[in-house]
Design a binder for this molecule. Structure first.
Ligand code: GLN
Length: 491
């Protein structure tokens, strides 16, 4: 029997259907792989008992000729998703040992469809970061290393555990969230596929809130098809989230392999950054050529407000975060640090419970929302946001079907390399991804090539609202041309 952890999700699904192996065998293979890979620190909590119980139930359903579209498929869950009875911390000390009495809508849909939970995955604290280095549980290692080097690299963030686990074969797919790039950037850093759906496509109910107008859940998996399969289960209207949209969920998998002939793909001039590494430039050109060879038409487009996206994001996101994180007060959730009176208790709890990056965001957010600065910062950033959205709308109105860009400005970097005194270094990672969040648009990152050290690099496609299908069709063209990316096992 082939190693069950090297199958794609689609292959595993088909193998379970033809009874080539059982769900419990599939789950056990992954639990053993997780144990061998603890050095990667991808999981912050393993739930083997729950996994085996769920797998046995899946096997019983198979025996009865029943079971949903994900029956018996072992998945990892980012620690931002509330899981009933299983510790959920957003990788922050402030949530301590919080065990939610409820399940997030997205994960409950995965379990409804028969999936198996292997455990909770590491992430940047409250999803604030691009390297997974802000996690209270320590950094995650990227399973990829530079050729001839054993330097430890970051997997990207904030969904670093999700990306690392998927790349290393520690689950067949994982849930993730993306506020400014946290699905797409780690996918690009680990040679995996990640799709951030349109804002409103997945319910945010039961997901620890970071910046509510930007947050969206989505999958990370090893192939475009696998993300399509997962997204179909995760998406859909939820009355418990008023921003989730009541629209049918299409059969996303059917879009994979569909012709892209005649599609118009925009290449935004403003994404050609000064000082961009030549290999990123080459990757982008290569991607455009692949799409052209598949029958798409390439056109240069302009998104003139791109340069304001990152600064505006770093006002809007902290502002919303400062408001969302006000609830962690030592009374209702998690950890408490005592004080002589209630105010001191709040202060001590929050000073002790939040890490440095989260504290920075709360301070920035509180500042830009404060009387006297609100108009100058927050209101202005909101106006810029409207202009960014309009740039895309103009493009799509002119007949463009999707926009092709690099996913990240560089390949994965070393642990500690960008976590120094200047936070801007880290924030610059999001330069190609935040625009889609600001405009609420879907975006996919697909591995497309390697840098000079053999590390994976990704391309991004940004689509029209609720047109994830076009992204999946186009993404598969890139994937077919670029091939699959599997790291060498060293752990
Ligand atoms: N890196 C970005 C930030 O730190 C985006 C994170 C995310 O998408 N959750 O805010």
């Amino acid at each position: 029997m082939t190693d069950l952890t090297s199958l794609t999700l689609a292959e595993a699904r088909d193998g379970l259907a033809t009874k080539s192996f059982t769900a419990i065998e599939l789950t056990d293979a992954h639990l053993a792989a997780i144990e061998r890979a603890r050095v990667l620190n991808a999981y912050v909590q393993e739930t083997p008992e729950r996994a085996r119980a769920m797998a046995r139930e899946a096997d019983a359903r198979i025996a009865a000729g029943a079971g949903g579209p994900l029956n018996g498929i072992p998945l990892g869950v980012k620690d931002l998703f509330a899981t009933e009875g299983t510790r959920t911390t957003a990788c922050s000390q402030i949530l301590d040992d919080f065990k939610p009495p409820y399940e997030s809508t997205v994960t409950s849909r995965l379990w409804r469809d028969g999936a198996v939970m292997l455990g909770k995955l590491n992430n940047d604290e409250f999803a604030m970061g691009s390297s997974n280095e802000t996690s209270h549980f320590g950094p995650v290692l990227n399973p990829w290393r530079r050729q001839g080097s054993d330097a430890k690299l970051v997997p990207g963030g904030s969904s670093g555990g999700s990306a690392s686990a998927v790349a290393a074969g520690l689950c067949l797919g994982a849930t993730a969230t993306d506020t400014g790039g946290s699905i797409r950037q780690p996918a690009a850093f680990t040679g995996t596929v990640g799709i951030k759906p349109t804002y409103g496509r997945c319910s945010r109910w039961g997901i620890v809130a970071f910046a509510s107008s930007l947050d969206q859940a989505g999958p990370i998996a090893r192939t475009v098809r696998d993300t399509a399969i997962l997204l179909r289960s995760m998406a859909g209207h939820d009355p418990k989230d008023t921003t989730s949209v009541d629209r049918d969920v299409p059969d996303y998998e059917a879009a994979v392999g569909k012709s892209v002939k005649g599609m118009k793909i925009g290449l935004p001039r403003e994404y050609r950054l000064e000082g961009m590494p030549a290999e990123i430039e080459r990757l982008w050109t290569q991607g455009a050529e692949w799409l052209k060879a598949a029958g798409a038409e390439l056109v240069e487009v302009s998104l003139p407000h791109t340069k304001y996206a990152l600064p505006a994001y770093y006002i809007v996101a902290p502002a919303e975060a400062s408001s969302n994180l006000a609830r962690y007060d030592g009374v209702r959730y998690g950890a408490r640090a005592e004080g002589r009176n209630i105010v001191e208790m709040y202060e001590n709890t929050r000073a002790k419970g939040f890490g440095a990056e989260v504290r920075r965001r709360i301070m920035i957010g509180t500042y830009v929302l404060s009387a006297g600065y609100y108009d100058a910062y927050y209101l202005r950033a909101q106006k810029v946001r409207t202009l960014i959205k309009k740039d895309f709308e103009d493009c799509y109105a002119a007949g463009v079907d999707a926009i092709l860009t690099p996913a990240t400005p560089t390949a994965a970097f070393g642990i500690g390399e960008k976590a120094g005194s200047d936070p801007i270094e880290m924030y610059l990672n999001d330069v190609f991804t935040v625009t889609a969040n600001m405009a609420g648009l879907p975006g996919i990152a697909v591995p497309a090539g390697r840098d000079a050290h053999g590390l994976p690099l990704g391309l991004q496609l940004i689509g029209r609202p609720f047109d994830e299908e076009t992204l999946l069709s186009l993404g598969e063209i890139v994937e077919q041309a670029a091939g699959h990316f599997t790291p060498e096992v060293w752990w």
